[in-house]
Design a protein. Structure first.
Length: 740
């Protein structure tokens, strides 16, 4: 930190006790204090610091005075001092509304953050602000009408997420804010260019509820799609809150797994893994009549989605907001609770299993104000996550929004890769989609401040270098491979662990005793490693190049990576690594993964047998093989003798070319056969007007235990030919890979 910055922060801060970690920076945020219901941080001008949106507009359960939508631009990067300028009108235009929340995301895929303001009580449509991007960074045009928002709603919150897994950000808004009659939440699908379509059918199974407060999108049932969790401030017939499961394409269904709650006054909640078991738990806050606190998701380890309220927290405040973040940097989510009760904000320390204890009154500045919302973001790029609070309701004299600077430990923890989801099969032509789940130190309203990328190579041939780990050393301590190549480690002297030592490439590879392990590397460079327990050191030099792609934050903690084919369809394997970098600069690079590519094209092969009339039966096929669809892959043969019976023989054991009854058998044993077919054709006489046909997808559906995605099926038609010495006619053969 430079001296100017340090002196400026010191001047802003009051006299503090040594234990105070979050220090109120008095007067940091400019502008006239207004009733503010929401705050969101985003780098709107991509200058490297986070700016602040605020949702201003008066009214508790009915519309009050509309206020200007607010954007404060951070001047830390250009000036070297943490300060903000109010550029609301200049960058957003004159836009007033009864705003209750702001959400952000790149909706049109141009790499620049856009914003949506949620407006309550049907007084306005949602305000969608599109960033001008490189032509005028951080300046916006409100384009609601031209991008699908033409109906006024009563929304208190929403989130962007890729709910249909097509690579763009869709939107879920709640639509029954306080004082509004019961309705369903609303789903808007993105066309990829930032135009949205409201689709009522996506939420038709949802019960109507009133007093909808917050919307959260996360994978609550661990099936790799984005589900909907919504919190309400009304009992709604005893089913207070929403838990709606995604069918994978963005349509939500109700579940009998209810969130326990002993209050109809829940103002806010958050979702995140609070107990370290890799499923999404909940934390609810509300009026003092509710025993607020953590609610455990029982999916892990039971395997069944369900919720159990943990020990209630002793908090008698009227609480309105919660943020999850690891402020003590011990690897679990702690919480800050924003209180409307004119008391200082409350921080709770997570013991690691979702058991929370009060962090002590002196950890944050003693400021009495009516907090309605908060967010967590590193505003001064020092590796610590600061707190921003938004004020409203209560006394208007206390409506000044605030920043609490974090003076505690710097975030030195890398993001955690919770898991990856790879395709069951990898068609050779691409593209290939891989998804990942990542946890870091912050998870607040769907934001976690983690950027993702991937490097990959489509390998067309395998380059292998061998290293023997013997009792006396390494047989080849310095090897060179091309990007995507393999180093084959063989342990001669007992089991070994190969540990790479170049940060962030610090993963390990286990080599079994008297066995081997393949090490594939992607990014060009020199990799140092050590072998334990032997203590030997070696290097691997990777030459050539790899392709880099950005990862899409799909919502919640899910990321999506799409790898395009760079080999022209000749690839044999995809070798990739994922990289995740958080706001503090901590980077995780996954161990490289190698996925075999399968040729999903359809092809014919082998030689048909000429029949007794001199015709050559010819196999044909249309459609796509599928193990589950039941229709859509037609296999047939033409130039077949008329009015003859026949069969389609098929095999999962590969192709052959063996002499068979005067012709060639093209499929390997063991062979299966279809039901008896009739060639049809001319009703009388002998000619080659016959043909065979069947839908092989239906054949697979009828025998589901025979087939699996990834199998290669070969097939050939046989039919009667009474004038042939062997009474046999044979077509050529078809080869198809079951890629779905």
């Amino acid at each position: 930190m430079d001296l100017t910055h340090a002196l400026a922060l010191l001047a802003l801060a009051p006299s503090l006790a040594p234990a105070q970690q979050f220090q109120h920076l008095v007067g940091l945020l400019p502008g006239t204090p207004r009733w503010t219901e929401g705050v969101e941080a985003a780098d709107v001008d991509r200058d490297g610091d986070l700016d602040l949106f605020f949702a201003d507009g008066e009214g508790f359960n009915a519309a009050g005075v509309k206020r200007q939508n607010v954007l404060l631009v951070n001047q830390f990067v250009p000036n070297g001092t943490l300060s903000f300028t109010d550029e609301s009108v200049a960058r957003l235009g004159t836009r007033v509304s009864n705003a209750k929340a702001v959400i952000t995301g790149d909706v049109n895929g141009d790499g620049w953050v856009d914003a949506l303001v949620c407006n309550a009580w049907d007084t306005d449509v949602p305000f969608l602000y599109i960033n001008h991007g490189a032509s005028n960074p951080g300046f916006f045009t409100m384009e609601s009408a031209t991008r699908g928002f033409t109906t006024a709603v009563s929304s208190g919150g929403g989130q962007f997420a890729d709910i249909d897994d097509d690579g763009d950000l869709d939107l879920v808004l709640n639509d029954a804010y306080l004082g509004t009659a019961a309705r369903r939440p609303r789903v808007y699908f993105n066309d990829g260019a930032g135009a949205f379509t409201y689709t009522a059918a996506a939420m038709v199974a949802a019960p109507t509820k009133t007093a909808q407060m917050e919307t959260h999108l996360a994978d609550i049932d661990n099936d790799w799609d984005i589900d909907f969790i919504g919190f309400t401030r009304a009992a709604n017939g005893g089913t207070n809150h929403y838990v709606l499961l995604n069918n994978g394409s963005g349509t939500f269904a109700t579940t009998t797994n209810m969130i326990p709650s002993n209050s109809g006054a829940t103002y806010a909640g958050e979702v995140g893994d609070l107990d370290g078991d890799s499923d999404i738990d909940l934390f609810l806050v509300s009026l003092s009549s509710f025993a607020e606190g953590a609610i455990r998701n029982n999916l892990a380890p039971s395997g069944t989605l369900g919720f159990t309220a943990l020990t209630a927290l002793a908090d008698s405040n009227d609480d309105n907001e919660i943020c999850l973040f690891d402020w003590d940097i011990d690897g679990d989510y702690d919480v800050i609770v924003g209180s409307l009760s004119n008391t200082r904000e409350t921080l709770w320390t997570n013991g690691g299993s979702g058991n929370f204890t009060h962090a002590g009154a002196t950890i944050i500045s003693a400021v009495s104000d009516p907090t309605l919302d908060a967010t967590v973001a590193d505003l001064d790029n020092d590796g610590r996550y600061d707190i921003v609070t938004a004020q409203g309701e209560g006394s208007s004299a206390q409506w000044a929004n605030k920043v609490y600077r974090n003076t505690g430990p710097i975030d030195t923890r890398k993001p955690v890769l919770v898991g990856t989801k790879e395709p069951a099969t990898m068609p050779a032509a691409g593209p290939w989609k891989v998804r990942a789940k990542v946890r870091d130190q912050v998870f607040d309203n769907g934001l976690n401040w983690v950027a993702a990328s991937a490097r990959y190579v489509v390998r067309t041939q395998t380059a292998v270098e061998s290293v023997l780990i013997t009792a006396s050393g390494l047989s080849n301590a310095a090897v060179t491979i091309p990007a995507g190549g393999i180093v084959r480690m063989t342990a001669v002297a007992g089991a070994q662990t190969v540990r790479f030592t170049n940060a962030p490439y610090d993963h390990t590879v286990a080599v079994p005793g008297a066995g081997m392990a393949d090490v594939a590397l992607v990014a060009p460079g020199v990799y140092a490693y050590t072998v334990q327990p032997s203590g030997f050191n070696g290097t691997i030099t990777v030459t050539g190049s790899a392709t880099t792609v950005a990862g899409q934050h799909s919502g919640g903690q899910l990321y999506r990576f799409l790898f395009a084919d760079t080999s022209g369809g000749t690839g044999k394997a995809l070798v990739y690594e994922l990289a995740f970098k958080d706001a503090a600069g901590n980077t995780l690079v996954s161990a490289p993964r190698t996925l075999s590519l399968t040729d999903c094209s359809l092809s014919t092969y082998c030689t048909a047998k000429t029949n007794s009339l001199g015709c050559v039966p010819s196999i044909l096929m249309t459609g796509t093989p599928s193990t589950v669809s039941g229709t859509g892959f037609q296999v047939g043969a033409t130039s077949v003798l008329n009015q003859k019976s026949g069969l389609f023989f098929y095999s999962l054991s590969g192709a052959v070319a063996q002499p068979f009854q005067g012709g060639t058998m093209c499929i390997a044993a063991p062979r299966q056969r279809s039901a008896i077919l009739s060639s049809g054709g001319a009703a009388s006489g002998n000619d080659c007007s016959g043909s065979f046909g069947l839908d092989f997808n239906a054949e697979m559906r009828a025998h589901p235990t025979r087939f699996a995605v990834g199998d290669t099926v070969t097939g050939q038609f046989w039919s009667r030919d009474p004038a042939d010495p062997f009474q046999t006619s044979l077509s050529d053969a078809v080869r198809a890979c079951l890629c779905q």
